[in-house]
Design a protein around this ligand. Structure first.
Ligand code: ADP
Ligand code: NI
Length: 214
């Protein structure tokens, strides 16, 4: 029963995000699901069904992917109705998705399942994949790869973050380099340290080539 729900949800999410080129494509979702299940196993904590469902559905209500403000949440409710998921699971999954986003960063996470899915989503934003996603997203948004004339601003508000002028290199300083200190589980922290170092090395090399230091 639960396995069937996961398979149906997988297909649903695949169809929804299939053509997204902003870094929220199906492969991102699949990596987050795998990372989340790996963390749960290592930590020996969390309900695997809730974790897997929340990981699969976590980007469906993202406002970047929906024209209407509540459009994604409506889609999510319609999907839960269709698969007839029990109300307790629906509430747990929706609460996870609502609280894990970076912009909702100040919210206290409601459960270990939320901590695990948030860690998995954050791990996929750093390292080599994180670098690739950042430039993919930046290109789609139409921002420059780097603009040294723009100030680097840490701790921006949600609104400033969404609307502010930025560059993809700025995004590393504004968000990605801070993620390793914002993780919840020991397992994720261990995975993050290699990925973090990789990004630091990348930025050093980028600056060197930018300045044409040979
Ligand atoms: P998530 O899937 O983790 O919720 P986001 O919606 O915040 O991620 O962003 C999707 C991807 O695009 C991430 O890899 C993120 O780092 C990157 N990204 C978000 N905002 C920017 C930006 N202003 N410039 C470049 N990359 C960005
Ligand atoms: Ni995500």
């Amino acid at each position: 029963m639960k396995q069937t729900m996961i398979e149906l949800t997988e297909k649903y999410v695949y169809d929804q995000l299939n053509s997204d080129a902003s870094g929220h494509d199906w492969f991102h979702i699949d990596r987050v699901r795998k990372l989340a299940l790996h963390i749960a196993k290592e930590e020996r904590e969390g309900n695997e069904f809730i974790i897997e469902m929340a990981a699969l559905l976590h980007d469906i209500p993202d406002d970047k992917l929906n024209q209407e403000a509540d459009g994604g949440w409506k889609k999510l409710d319609a999907w839960f109705d269709e698969i007839k998921l029990d109300i307790d699971s629906v509430d747990a999954i929706k609460q996870i998705i609502h609280t894990i986003s970076f912009s909702a960063g100040q919210l206290r996470l409601p459960s270990i399942e939320a901590e695990i899915v948030q860690d998995a989503d954050r791990l996929d934003a750093i390292g080599a994949i994180g670098i690739a996603r950042t430039f993919a997203f930046g290109g789609k948004k139409g921002q420059l790869m780097y603009d040294p004339s723009l100030p680097i601003r840490e701790n921006m508000t949600k609104k400033e973050y969404r609307n502010g002028k930025s560059s993809s290199i700025h995004h590393f300083h504004e968000k990605l380099l801070r993620l390793q200190d914002m993780l919840n589980t020991c397992t994720a922290k261990k995975i993050a340290s290699e990925r973090h170092e990789y990004m630091v090395g990348f930025l050093e090399e980028f600056n060197k080539e930018w300045d044409v230091r040979l």
